[in-house]
Design a protein around this ligand. Structure first.
Ligand code: ATP
Ligand code: MG
Length: 562
């Protein structure tokens, strides 16, 4: 047996099952319903299922749980496959659909009917609800519960043949209408749906219910451990009932774990779908979306996402993971890998009055301070520069070490400059700084060893290239928007700010899906949808420092650590 990494409770069970010889191989599955794009919660389930089979030399099925044709589509199927590949997982030839088993599922239903363990009901949906009882009140048997097996078989076949209208009949398991577990009160097995299925077309007029289809698909595929989220704990007795009655040759074991929830993010496909349909975001891959497609477009590296869910762990306790944890994983990954560049997001003009008009010097700049093997590049330096508006303050406090009237600062890889004059427009806004440079202070080669406290970034205005840079913030103002009564009320109006930035000339051409660090600002990459060499569109992946972890911690504490 190969080593199972850091044992969470599920890996412990699997380890024991291998040790005891209960299983020779571990078989897991990831069973998305193709009714939306995958999100950060799915990343956890993917890493768990594929991770376990990798660690144990087992295998994992990618099974589309396509039993609800009205909500599912090929667009989602394609997106799910693309996202899984990008995350770095490979299902080989184990790509299946619940719909591949429709014949076998039907045969299993017939077996239940023949054994008097299932019946066709003709109560209306409202009546079924009423007969079902409540948590405190037992249900009542349907008057149709005692139809003969023969009559049931006949009705079921006619349901299949499309002879009835939707809702006219329903196939139900015959279990126990007074069970304290509502899931065992004669749950539905098949319902009539006259819709075209994206995979089986119009072959079927009836479609199996999730619990039945899911349990039996697991069994058909020889899944050893069926891992699902906690809300299915109450469904486990039903899962086991199907296995007890139908005795398939493989008996999977269902184990539940808690969902991964991310602070300030929604992890429900229904709500994410509403954000897209209502035009609140640009699409499923909007870089503010916690979808895999959105996070990829934002510039999150796949390896950093996998690391994030690993840190989250696998438990049975509900948890809300701070956005800061996710962002720190990104920073750690990007900090090592990305080259440094200079860019000014909110430009303020600086004119060096004592610098020769036509002169251009090439300054040598390191691509990565910690990794000399990543080389250097040349930055043009000239009389007119852009600096960041934030790096100048007119009425600056004593401890402000950037530029202020009469003050000095070092331009990174350049010279020390002093601010001599502040030029304003009619509205009183600062529009230009007149500065002088000290020729003896050129970085690396300067004859003077004069030191100043602050160093700021800059770009030569003559050589700068333009870009539209998108600065993203959380999509929601509420730490747990999943539990908000109406998520519209807690949308963050400032979740996207677009600025017209000036970039150093080496950024004229940027490779897609390759992050760079803009010094002092954060990590950035081109936008995969809208960027072109003629119209640069760049996304901020993450800032350099965690600016709101304190805020977030407070908010979570107030929530009582949901
Ligand atoms: P949603 O509520 O977003 O629709 P779902 O559970 O209905 O989620 P599925 O497509 O059925 O979505 O999910 C596929 C798999 O991913 C399931 O095994 C499910 O348990 C798991 N999964 C879904 N959301 C999360 C989450 N937040 N954390 C961990 N696993 C999740
Ligand atoms: Mg589901």
């Amino acid at each position: 047996m190969s080593e199972i990494e850091s044992r969470d409770f599920i890996r412990q069970i699997i380890h024991d099952d291998l040790e005891s010889g209960k299983h020779e191989h571990i078989v897991t599955r990831f069973p998305p319903e193709p009714n939306g794009y995958l999100h950060i919660g799915h990343v956890m389930s993917i890493c768990l299922n594929f991770g376990i089979s990798e660690e144990t030399s087992g295998w994992t099925y990618l099974r589309f749980d396509d039993t609800n044709p009205s909500r599912e589509s090929e667009e989602y199927v394609a997106a799910i496959e693309r996202d899984l590949c990008w995350l770095g997982f490979d299902w080989g030839d184990r790509l299946t659909h619940a719909s591949d088993y429709f014949e076998r599922l039907y045969a299993a239903a017939v077996t239940l009917v023949e054994a008097d363990l299932a019946y066709v009901d003709s109560l209306s949906a409202d009546e079924i609800r009423e007969y079902r009882g409540t948590l405190t009140k037992p249900g009542r048997n349907s008057p149709h519960r005692d139809r003969s097996a023969e009559e049931n078989l006949n009705l079921l076949e006619r349901m299949r043949n499309g002879e009835f209208a939707e809702g006219e009949y329903l196939l139900r398991a015959k279990i126990d209408m007074s069970s304290p577990n509502m899931n065992l009160r004669d749950p539905a097995l098949y319902r009539i749906r006259h819709v075209t299925h994206q995979h089986t077309g119009d072959t079927w007029s009836i479609y199996p219910m999730y619990d039945f289809a899911h349990t039996m698909s697991d069994a058909f595929e020889g899944i050893t451990h069926s891992l699902c989220t906690l809300e299915f704990e109450d469904h486990r007795p039903l899962y086991n009932w199907f296995l007890d009655q139908l005795k398939p040759s493989h008996r999977p074991r269902q184990i539940e774990f808690s969902r991964l929830n991310l602070a300030y993010a929604i992890t429900s496909k229904r709500k994410l779908s509403a954000l897209v349909e209502e035009g609140i975001v640009e699409g499923w891959n909007d870089p503010r979306m916690p979808t895999i497609a959105g996070m990829r477009r934002r510039g999150y590296p796949a390896a950093a996402l996998r690391e994030f869910v690993k840190r989250g762990g696998v438990t049975k306790k509900n948890k809300l993971i701070e956005m800061g944890v996710l962002e720190n994983c990104m920073r750690e990954n990007l900090g090592d890998e990305s080259e440094r560049r200079m860019a000014v997001l909110r430009p303020l003009k600086v004119v060096l009055t004592n610098y020769p008009d036509e002169k251009v010097e090439m300054m040598e700049a390191m691509n990565h301070p910690g990794r000399p093997e990543m080389g250097t590049r040349e930055l043009p330096f000239s009389k007119e520069l852009w600096i960041e508006q934030d790096d100048f303050m007119e009425d600056a406090p004593r401890k402000f070490f950037r530029l202020k009237p009469g003050g000095e600062v070092r331009l990174r890889f350049g010279y020390i400059i002093r601010c001599d004059d502040v030029i304003k427009n009619d509205a009183g806004d600062v529009v230009e700084l007149r500065c002088s440079y000290d020729p003896d202070t050129r970085s690396g080669t300067g004859s003077s060893d004069r030191k100043v406290k602050g160093t700021i970034h800059w770009v030569s205005s003559e050589h700068a290239v333009d870009a539209s840079v998108r600065l993203y913030d959380r999509l929601f103002t509420e730490v747990n928007p999943n539990s908000a009564e109406d998520f519209h009320a807690v949308l963050n109006a400032g979740s996207l700010e677009t600025v017209s930035a000036k970039l150093e000339p080496s950024l004229a051409e940027l490779k897609p899906e390759t992050a760079v660090q803009f010094e002092r600002l954060g990590y950035f990459c081109t936008d995969s949808e809208e960027h072109s060499v003629d119209a640069r569109v760049i996304n901020r992946i993450v800032t350099l420092r965690d600016s709101w972890s304190k805020l977030e911690k407070q908010a979570m504490q107030q929530q009582g650590k949901t």
